[in-house]
Design a protein around this ligand. Structure first.
Ligand SMILES: Nc1nc2c(c(=O)[nH]1)N[C@H]1C(S)=C(S)[C@@H](COP(=O)(O)O)O[C@H]1N2
Ligand SMILES: [Mo]
Length: 216
């Protein structure tokens, strides 16, 4: 899949990282609801590697495995049988747009964790997607109350463009951590940087700290 993606797009985003594009150097402790360097949009942009995998709800499966006591393969029904949560949150993309008050529905990561029971050795989480994309978060960030395996946006099922039928949502980080077309949640001991994290993007992605890039 990744062979077909837009290499121009990847090259330009790698260049952004080298140039430190959009960095303001603010300390992020302002009272603003908008993180430094961000601007508000009303329409939800679509950003990805240019491949929108067709994953019909009936064929969608989510593997939850690695360092867990109770590995699972969830289908759509199985996901619906877990407790369902809703939340309203702001989302922030590293390309500088933010949206306020977005409404989401799905299974909270905490309820998934209760089902799979990570082992004490599990410290990090790798999110895999049907287009070959990966991204990584610490188990701590994955366990935040607002991290969610999302199925609905604005009261409607997630569209394919935005990662339907099921995507990750990690609102406390820039949106590249929120893998669309989620296929696998893997619990690991050692951190494993994902697609953008090995291409100059920060290993963490806190918009309030402007953790956009990492050249180290
Ligand atoms: N599977 C997958 N998930 C992905 C991406 C991708 O290319 N593939 N792009 C990431 C990036 S860089 C961003 S900014 C957000 C964009 O989400 P949106 O298109 O719903 O706005 O998805 C993230 N999740
Ligand atoms: Mo992005």
């Amino acid at each position: 899949m990744l062979g077909k993606i837009k290499s121009k797009l990847i090259e330009s985003k790698e260049a952004w990282s080298r140039e430190g594009r959009l960095l303001t150097g603010e300390d992020g402790r302002s009272d603003s609801r908008l993180p430094p360097g961000q601007r508000l949009v009303k329409q939800w942009p679509v950003l990805d590697l240019g491949v929108h995998p067709e994953v019909p709800q009936a064929r969608w499966r989510l593997e939850v495995d690695g360092l867990v006591a109770n590995p699972l393969v969830l289908d759509w029904q199985g996901l619906q049988q877990l407790p369902q949560s809703q939340q309203r949150c702001d989302i922030h993309c590293v390309t500088s747009w933010s949206m306020f008050d977005t409404d989401w529905r799905g299974v909270s990561a905490r309820d998934l964790l209760a089902a799979v029971q990570p082992l004490p050795s599990a410290r990090h989480v790798v999110l895999h997607a049907f287009d070959g994309y990966t991204t990584n978060v610490s188990l701590e960030v994955f366990s935040a109350p607002d991290a969610m395996i999302a199925t609905h946006f604005g009261g409607e099922p997630l569209t394919k463009e935005h990662g339907g039928p099921v995507r990750m949502l990690v609102p406390q980080y820039y949106l590249w951590k929120s893998a669309k077309w989620l296929s696998r949640i893997e619990f690991v001991a050692e951190d494993r940087p994902g697609f953008w994290e090995v291409r100059g993007y920060h290993n963490e992605a806190d918009p309030w700290l402007e953790q956009r890039y990492d050249w180290q």
